[in-house]
Design a protein around this ligand. Structure first.
Ligand code: HEC
Length: 108
Protein backbone atom coordinates (compact mmCIF):
# COMPACT_ATOMS: atom_id res chain seq x y z
CA UNK A 1 0.00 0.00 0.00
CA UNK A 2 2.74 2.39 1.03
CA UNK A 3 4.70 1.56 -2.13
CA UNK A 4 1.64 2.26 -4.23
CA UNK A 5 1.05 5.71 -2.77
CA UNK A 6 4.72 6.57 -3.24
CA UNK A 7 4.42 5.50 -6.87
CA UNK A 8 1.29 7.62 -7.26
CA UNK A 9 3.09 10.64 -5.79
CA UNK A 10 5.99 10.21 -8.19
CA UNK A 11 3.63 9.99 -11.12
CA UNK A 12 1.79 13.12 -10.05
CA UNK A 13 5.08 14.98 -9.74
CA UNK A 14 6.16 13.91 -13.24
CA UNK A 15 2.92 14.83 -15.00
CA UNK A 16 3.38 18.59 -15.39
CA UNK A 17 6.70 17.96 -17.17
CA UNK A 18 5.03 15.54 -19.58
CA UNK A 19 2.19 17.94 -20.27
CA UNK A 20 4.50 20.78 -21.23
CA UNK A 21 3.83 21.64 -24.85
CA UNK A 22 6.66 21.65 -27.39
CA UNK A 23 7.71 25.05 -28.76
CA UNK A 24 5.55 26.09 -31.69
CA UNK A 25 6.92 26.28 -35.21
CA UNK A 26 6.61 30.05 -35.00
CA UNK A 27 9.00 30.37 -32.05
CA UNK A 28 12.21 32.23 -32.87
CA UNK A 29 15.00 29.73 -33.54
CA UNK A 30 17.77 29.90 -30.93
CA UNK A 31 20.40 30.46 -33.65
CA UNK A 32 18.57 33.29 -35.42
CA UNK A 33 21.17 35.77 -34.15
CA UNK A 34 23.78 34.17 -36.43
CA UNK A 35 21.76 35.15 -39.50
CA UNK A 36 19.94 38.30 -38.45
CA UNK A 37 23.01 40.52 -38.82
CA UNK A 38 22.81 40.11 -42.59
CA UNK A 39 19.33 38.75 -43.33
CA UNK A 40 17.44 40.60 -40.60
CA UNK A 41 15.30 38.97 -37.88
CA UNK A 42 12.34 38.84 -40.25
CA UNK A 43 14.26 38.02 -43.42
CA UNK A 44 14.43 41.55 -44.80
CA UNK A 45 18.09 42.06 -45.57
CA UNK A 46 19.75 45.11 -44.16
CA UNK A 47 22.76 45.06 -46.51
CA UNK A 48 23.19 45.38 -50.24
CA UNK A 49 23.93 42.04 -51.90
CA UNK A 50 22.16 40.00 -49.20
CA UNK A 51 18.95 38.33 -50.41
CA UNK A 52 15.62 38.70 -48.58
CA UNK A 53 14.49 35.37 -47.14
CA UNK A 54 11.06 36.32 -45.82
CA UNK A 55 8.25 34.24 -47.27
CA UNK A 56 10.46 32.16 -49.57
CA UNK A 57 9.18 28.61 -49.95
CA UNK A 58 10.44 26.35 -47.16
CA UNK A 59 11.86 23.78 -49.61
CA UNK A 60 13.74 26.46 -51.49
CA UNK A 61 15.40 27.82 -48.35
CA UNK A 62 16.20 24.37 -47.03
CA UNK A 63 17.76 23.32 -50.35
CA UNK A 64 19.78 26.50 -50.58
CA UNK A 65 21.21 25.90 -47.10
CA UNK A 66 22.14 22.34 -48.06
CA UNK A 67 23.87 23.63 -51.18
CA UNK A 68 25.97 26.15 -49.25
CA UNK A 69 26.94 23.39 -46.86
CA UNK A 70 28.00 20.83 -49.46
CA UNK A 71 29.64 23.42 -51.72
CA UNK A 72 27.25 23.22 -54.69
CA UNK A 73 26.76 26.90 -53.99
CA UNK A 74 30.33 28.05 -53.47
CA UNK A 75 29.79 31.07 -51.23
CA UNK A 76 32.38 31.00 -48.42
CA UNK A 77 30.47 33.65 -46.46
CA UNK A 78 27.29 31.59 -46.21
CA UNK A 79 29.21 28.39 -45.70
CA UNK A 80 30.98 29.93 -42.72
CA UNK A 81 27.69 31.29 -41.35
CA UNK A 82 26.02 27.88 -41.24
CA UNK A 83 29.20 25.98 -40.35
CA UNK A 84 28.46 25.49 -36.65
CA UNK A 85 24.79 24.58 -37.17
CA UNK A 86 23.30 21.10 -37.31
CA UNK A 87 20.47 19.97 -39.58
CA UNK A 88 17.82 20.66 -36.93
CA UNK A 89 19.04 24.25 -36.59
CA UNK A 90 18.89 24.74 -40.37
CA UNK A 91 15.36 23.30 -40.45
CA UNK A 92 14.25 25.70 -37.72
CA UNK A 93 15.81 28.71 -39.47
CA UNK A 94 14.34 27.82 -42.86
CA UNK A 95 10.91 27.37 -41.22
CA UNK A 96 11.22 30.71 -39.45
CA UNK A 97 12.19 32.75 -42.51
CA UNK A 98 9.66 30.99 -44.70
CA UNK A 99 6.89 31.90 -42.23
CA UNK A 100 7.74 35.64 -42.29
CA UNK A 101 5.77 38.10 -44.38
CA UNK A 102 7.52 38.97 -47.66
CA UNK A 103 6.05 42.48 -47.39
CA UNK A 104 8.70 44.82 -46.09
CA UNK A 105 7.72 46.64 -42.93
CA UNK A 106 6.85 50.29 -43.20
CA UNK A 107 9.74 52.46 -42.16
CA UNK A 108 8.97 54.60 -39.11
C1 HEC B 1 27.78 37.85 -43.32
C2 HEC B 1 26.45 37.96 -43.89
C3 HEC B 1 25.57 36.72 -43.85
C4 HEC B 1 25.24 35.96 -42.75
C5 HEC B 1 25.71 36.09 -41.32
C6 HEC B 1 24.30 34.95 -43.23
N1 HEC B 1 24.07 35.12 -44.57
FE1 HEC B 1 22.81 33.99 -45.71
N2 HEC B 1 23.45 35.00 -47.37
C7 HEC B 1 24.36 36.04 -47.40
C8 HEC B 1 24.66 36.40 -48.79
C9 HEC B 1 25.61 37.50 -49.25
C10 HEC B 1 23.89 35.53 -49.59
C11 HEC B 1 23.86 35.45 -51.12
C12 HEC B 1 24.86 34.38 -51.51
C13 HEC B 1 24.76 33.93 -52.95
O1 HEC B 1 25.08 34.71 -53.84
O2 HEC B 1 24.37 32.76 -53.15
C14 HEC B 1 23.12 34.68 -48.67
C15 HEC B 1 22.22 33.72 -49.07
C16 HEC B 1 21.41 32.98 -48.23
C17 HEC B 1 20.35 32.09 -48.66
C18 HEC B 1 19.91 31.84 -50.10
C19 HEC B 1 18.82 32.83 -50.47
C20 HEC B 1 18.37 32.71 -51.89
O3 HEC B 1 17.49 33.51 -52.29
O4 HEC B 1 18.86 31.85 -52.64
C21 HEC B 1 19.81 31.55 -47.53
C22 HEC B 1 18.66 30.54 -47.46
C23 HEC B 1 20.53 32.08 -46.40
N3 HEC B 1 21.49 32.97 -46.87
C24 HEC B 1 20.28 31.76 -45.08
C25 HEC B 1 21.09 32.17 -44.02
C26 HEC B 1 20.96 31.66 -42.67
C27 HEC B 1 19.90 30.67 -42.21
C28 HEC B 1 21.92 32.27 -41.92
C29 HEC B 1 22.25 32.06 -40.47
C30 HEC B 1 22.70 30.76 -40.09
C31 HEC B 1 22.66 33.17 -42.82
N4 HEC B 1 22.13 33.07 -44.08
C32 HEC B 1 23.70 33.99 -42.41
C33 HEC B 1 24.91 36.66 -46.29
C34 HEC B 1 24.84 36.18 -44.98
Amino acid sequence: MRILSIAALCLAAALPALARTPPSAAAQPSRLGLCAGCHGVTGHASMPGVPNLAGQPLDYLRNALGQYRDGRRAVPLMRAAIGPLDEADLDALARWYSAQSPQSQAQP
